[in-house]
Design a protein around this ligand. Structure first.
Ligand code: SF4
Length: 358
């Protein structure tokens, strides 16, 4: 597991600030990173000195970090070598999904200023994620940030994970703007049945609100990635969901069916929620086929390749973020490993009944 938060002894600054770590400063926000002894790395920025444990500057080179003297940490907001950089906009949420990987909190820490600065220092052509909690609880700030960052860095693209509960017709202007066109909206939809969807997300009326939100996104021509986390609660109704998407949300692409992450609420309800696709893929296959016949592209996120029948493996890219990704001893020598999602760091090694190295 790669740590995103690194202990740091920071002197010469009182408030948190964002810098990019480089060997030689060429920008006003560049801090110099070097090694001072075999076990210590030093970050210098003006009068500020931050000492970290480490023996290799290359592990942080090019990273955009938040140096926080109050918490004595360096938060790696953007890792230069990673495709998986996501800002947690807030931990507040107005839903309470049964399998939420990051259970919501009531408090909110406003880090928009830091996220905006970090975005402007991102590597060329990066894709930056915004998630939560529910980021659109702070919709005006989020849209404002995206507009300003797009003005300064038109090369960047964005992915915003949202429950789709808070969009109104007034947002069409943003969705249709040059900045809005750079956003892909990741929107969860768990069932075609409103009662089931509402019970999975823990909010009465959520399905109804979501249909309005999706319609607004669709009318704007926004890029939508529909997301369905697979659980025992919806595994039997995926074909109905496929028909529903083909009929009512045909403008969404792709439809991402996602395996469960054993953390947050799902950790304590794992046996109740985890659906083992390695021994029962038929309903999934049927749903995928229905969607594809209707020209809805389908992707399988977080599925170990050997748990997917060969005919469907091309739909399962390696999607687990590098910082929380692991492989099992069984994976040693597997010829699929370079293109396989593998497992979440916190996955139960006994979860899949059939797991065979290829
Ligand atoms: S054995 Fe491991 S690397 Fe190979 S396909 Fe299965 S999960 Fe992926």
């Amino acid at each position: 597991m790669i740590s995103l938060i690194v202990p740091a002894d920071i002197r010469g600054a009182e408030k948190p600030f964002v810098v990019r770590l480089t060997a030689e400063a060429s920008h006003v926000n560049d801090a110099v990173l070097r090694q001072t002894d075999p076990d210590t790395l030093l970050v210098t920025y003006g009068r500020t000195r931050a000492r970290l444990n480490g023996s290799d500057t290359s592990q942080y080179a090019g990273d955009v970090v938040l140096l926080d003297p109050e918490r004595a940490i360096m938060h790696r907001l953007i890792r230069a070598k990673s495709r998986h950089n996501t800002f947690v906009v807030t931990e507040r949420c107005d839903q309470l999904c049964v399998m939420c990987s990051q259970p919501p909190k009531k408090t909110h820490f406003d880090n928009f200023e830091h996220f905006e600065k970090a975005s402007q220092l991102a590597p060329t052509n990066a894709v930056l994620g915004f998630s939560g909690g529910e980021p659109t609880l702070y919709k005006d700030q989020l849209f404002g940030l995206l507009e300003r960052v797009h003005d300064a860095r038109p090369d960047l693209r964005f992915h915003v994970l949202t429950n789709g509960q808070h969009f109104t017709d007034a947002d069409i202007q943003f969705f249709s703007s040059p900045a809005g066109r750079k956003v892909q909206w990741g929107v969860p939809l768990y069932a075609a049945d409103r009662a089931l969807h509402d019970s999975i997300v823990g909010k009465i009326g959520a399905f109804e609100r979501l249909q309005t939100g999706l319609a607004i996104l669709g009318r704007s021509g926004a890029q939508i990635e529909l997301r369905t986390v697979l659980t025992r609660m919806n595994s039997e109704v995926l074909t109905e969901l496929a028909h529903f998407i083909a009929r009512f949300v045909p403008f969404a692409a792709p439809w991402a069916i996602m395996q469960l992450e054993r953390i947050g609420f799902a950790k304590n309800r794992w046996n109740e929620l985890f659906f083992d696709n390695s021994v029962a893929f038929d309903r999934l296959a049927e749903a995928i086929d229905i969607a594809r016949v209707s020209d809805i592209p389908v992707l399988l996120y977080n599925f170990p390749l050997c748990t997917v029948p060969p005919a469907y493996r091309a739909l399962a890219p390696a999607t687990i973020s590098d910082w929380k990704n692991k492989f099992l001893p069984e994976c040693d020598g597997c010829k699929l490993r370079t293109s396989c999602s593998g497992f979440f760091e916190w996955h139960s090694d006994q979860a899949y009944l059939r797991l065979e190295r290829q």
